[in-house]
Design a protein around this ligand. Structure first.
Ligand code: SAM
Ligand code: DTB
Ligand code: SF4
Length: 330
């Protein structure tokens, strides 16, 4: 049975955007017969988005590796021997040239990522210059730099930043099992600083680290109950990395469980763009298609993400063309 409060979501645009989700409601939605869940997700999706369009974003690691945080899933943590070579912050000219290539290749948003716990003020000045320059190319800008103070968030907003990516990554219960150098509350504090500075929020998480379905749903409840829904919700499948602790617990989600989760995210956060992020190289075309039907409407394009692989451009264009989905890619 669907709890009464949830029923309204099937009616699309008339459904309120809620931030009072209970875990049991999320579980009830997720557990609906598949056809009913997909119908609700499609109804919500069509009421809020063009169902035949997908957003394309491109990623660049502007500072790779050597990170002091101990995130158990990440190739860039200095706590583990992952064989990754640490680099310094890239030069602005190289970043701009890469952004132009990404735009020419069909990306509408350019996301610059740095392996920092939080940026030093002098590094932030340089990132702000990159943001302004990429914006001047006519692209949407996103950065992900770790924790920010309110002042740093304001500085990024003044540079014209559109989105800040800062993931909650998993449930409150599972968080401490994969990260010990910061708390979930640290993450939530930064999200608040970003919001207050007037920057749009990109916030999601990772599946397949050994968490249970309940953890994934608790993560969706956490996201949907933030003071406002993130404008972008990236759903990453854990991209395998040698030498990190998550190898001991990792288990890739059953494909149908992934589709169910995407559909549940779509219904709970009706106006948020849901991005099928890392891990698409593990997915068949059919699975990605089901995720699009469930409400996923954004992708990372390009052969690499930060340090791991992404599907090749030809595979993505072929899939979107066969589905009749428009994007800046094809
Ligand atoms: N250091 C910053 C931070 O953690 O917020 C920004 C960069 S960090 C690489 C951005 C996000 O990438 C993480 O929050 C996590 O969700 C995701 N991520 C990292 N390693 C991953 C992996 N192996 N597979 C999937 N997602 C991953
Ligand atoms: C997000 O949620 N996924 C992107 C972006 N935000 C920064 C990062 C995916 C990283 C995958 C692992 C890697 O390539 O190192
Ligand atoms: Fe550092 Fe971000 Fe990787 Fe964590 S996820 S180790 S904070 S780069």
């Amino acid at each position: 049975m669907i709890p009464k409060k949830v029923e309204g979501n099937g009616s699309g645009s008339r459904a309120p955007v809620r931030s009072d989700w209970e875990r049991a409601e999320a579980k009830a939605l997720y557990s609906l017969p598949f056809a009913d869940l997909m119908f609700q997700a499609q109804s919500v999706h069509r009421a809020n988005f063009d169902p035949n369009h997908i957003e394309t974003a491109s990623l660049l690691s502007i500072k790779t590796g050597g990170c002091p945080e101990d995130c158990g899933y990440c190739s860039q943590s200095a706590h583990y021997d992952t064989g990754l070579k640490a680099t310094r912050l890239m030069d602005r000219a190289d970043v701009i040239a890469t952004a132009q290539c990404a735009k020419d290749a069909g990306a509408s948003r350019f996301c610059m990522a740095a392996a920092w716990r939080s940026p030093k003020d002098r590094d932030l000045d340089r990132v702000c210059e990159m943001v302004s320059a990429v914006k001047a190319l006519g692209m949407e800008t996103c950065v992900t730099l770790g924790m920010l103070s309110p002042k740093q968030a304001t500085q990024l907003a003044e540079a014209g930043l559109d989105f800040y990516n800062h993931n909650v990554d998993t449930s409150p219960e599972f968080y401490g099992k994969v990260i010990s150098t910061r708390t979930l509350q640290d993450r939530i504090d930064t999200l608040e600083h970003v919001r207050k500075a007037g920057i749009k929020v990109c916030c999601g998480g990772i599946l397949g680290m050994g968490e249970h379905v309940e953890d994934r749903l608790a993560m969706l409840v956490l996201l949907a109950n933030l003071p406002s829904h993130p404008e972008s919700v990236p759903i990453n499948l854990w991209n395998e990395v040698k030498g990190v602790p998550v190898n001991e617990t990792a288990e890739r989600p059953d494909p149908i469980a992934l589709v169910r989760l995407v559909a549940t995210a779509r219904i709970m956060m009706p106006k948020s763009v849901v991005r099928l992020s890392a891990g698409r190289q593990y997915m068949t075309d059919e699975l990605q298609s089901l995720c699009f039907l469930a409400g996923a409407n954004s992708l990372f394009i390009g052969d690499v993400l930060l340090t791991t692989k992404n599907p090749q451009r030809e595979r993505d264009t072929s899939l979107l063309n066969r589905l009749g989905i428009s994007s800046r890619l094809a």
